[in-house]
Design a protein around this ligand. Structure first.
Ligand SMILES: [Zn+2]
Length: 231
């Protein structure tokens, strides 16, 4: 395989909760899906604590949120959605999680990974910090022959991710023009009814406002900003 000339056509988005991809990078996701890239979502939790309603049982909410995430992903042209079902609100960057994520990366062999910037100053949500850190640690582990070698059976070999894009960053150095895809992003976000409610107008205003601010830096109408690493 001629790695240097290989197209970067497999993309993995790793988030803590259903709706993280849509809030973080879905304008880019839909744009890349339309350009022919194969997109895989990996959600570490199913967002089962994401409600203020004490009568809504966590299992039921998790099922609803997985359904919402699948619908949003379908709207964007995402190929597959994987739920690892760790406990919402209690996510930790453990060796067990790193091993699991490393396995998923070696199985699906993404050229590009998009995940949460764990180093954003005052990133208060513990799941968001843990998810970004675990994703980056798993990317490192996945390329090594002697880390989790028990996974390297049959056709599985170490896998080197080529590019990483961190979203929700305060240190963006790469921008994607999402002027043509912001409507699709908002439509996908609107699928997360349990989180965003039914006032799509208000949601749309908020998303446009933020993407427009980023666009001013990027020199286009609407943009998403990332901290980008190329290996
Ligand atoms: Zn989240």
């Amino acid at each position: 395989m001629a790695e240097a000339s290989e197209a970067l056509d497999r993309v993995m988005v790793i988030g803590a909760h259903p709706d993280d991809p849509e809030f973080g990078c879905a304008g880019t996701v839909v744009k890349w899906a339309q350009a022919g890239k194969e997109i895989t979502y990996v959600l570490l939790t199913s967002g089962d604590k994401g409600s203020a309603d004490p009568d809504l049982r966590p299992g039921r909410l998790a099922a609803q949120r997985e359904e919402e995430q699948r619908a949003a992903a379908q709207e964007l042209g995402v190929e597959r959605v994987i739920f690892l079902r760790y406990a919402d609100g209690l996510l930790e960057n453990t060796m067990e999680l790193r091993r699991r994520l490393c396995e998923v990366i070696r199985q699906h062999r993404p050229h590009i990974v998009l995940t949460i910037d764990p180093w954003r100053p005052y990133q208060l949500h513990p799941d968001h910090r843990a998810a970004g850190q675990a994703a980056l640690d798993a990317i490192y582990a996945a390329r090594e022959w002697y880390i989790f070698p028990e996974q390297l059976v049959q056709d599985v070999v170490p896998w080197r991710v080529k590019e990483v894009y961190l979203f929700w960053t305060h240190d963006a150095d790469y921008y994607e023009d999402i002027s043509a895809s912001i409507d699709a992003r908002i439509a996908a976000l609107a699928r997360h009814t349990s989180q965003v409610g039914t006032d799509v107008e208000k949601l749309s205003e908020r998303i446009r406002h933020h993407a427009h601010q980023t666009g001013e830096t990027a020199g286009c109408e609407y943009a998403e900003g990332f901290k980008r690493f190329q290996f």
